[in-house]
Design a binder for this molecule. Sequence first.
Ligand SMILES: [Zn+2]
Length: 285
Amino acid sequence: MQQLKLIPFLIITGLLLAACSADDNSQEKATENEDNHTSVNEKQDIEKRNNTEKEKEKEDNSDKADKKDEKGKNKSDKAKDKDKGKVTEAGSKIAEDPNDILVLVNKAHALPDDYEPADLVFPDVRFPFTEDLPKKQMRKEAAKALEKMFAEADSEKLDLFAQSGYRSYERQDAIFAANVEKNGEKAANNYSARPGESEHQTGLVMDVTSPEVNYGLEIEFGDTKEGKWLAKHAADYGFIIRYPEEKEDITEYQYEPWHIRYVGKKAAKEIMSEGITLEEYLGVK
Ligand SMILES: [Zn+2]
């Protein structure tokens, strides 16, 4: 009798497990090829599980930070505090206007942890996968510019593909945590961005690629006809190659011919024609 009751339960459990693992496989495929120099294939369910813990941690930390702030204010001049602006736990300056098209995000400048652009859309361009994943999104203005650029590339018979755009703070948090676990915090920070410090969170970035490099995010992309065309024409649409060759001392990132950042046409043309970085254009490190 007991065994008979168990049978429907086992069937349902079996079906559920099958559904979950099918889902996991497609997620794994689709989340491959996110840059920061490593492919991290951690799965959404792990991310969700971790998030609850992290939310808790964040609350604890913000409590601590509040207390620290109060202490600091008692000792020092309040006006001076205001000028300094807010910083992350790691000491990076937090952007005052994260919606600014020229917002600087690097290893010393972060976005607020709760920043998510309000105008994210799915650009109508080719991706090497069909799922409507969040990483397809960009802010509206950047998405429109990307569409125009892809249309022109198409008309010149180029095989440009978009790979990875918007990435949330939480997702970067999970990627960074996985890298820290693998290689330690110091090493992880050399090839991957701390949460808040990935430009992908701005919604102004797209990693692009082509079949010639097997849709990968690799330095070799810069030598393909698509990569060369991109370096030459991206600025006409308001994009820059954000991490150029031989600028590692300024950007603190290796050359990434695939990572394009929208800054608007005026800034893009100046940055690309002068061969400088966004840091140099803005006059900050
Ligand atoms: Zn990128």
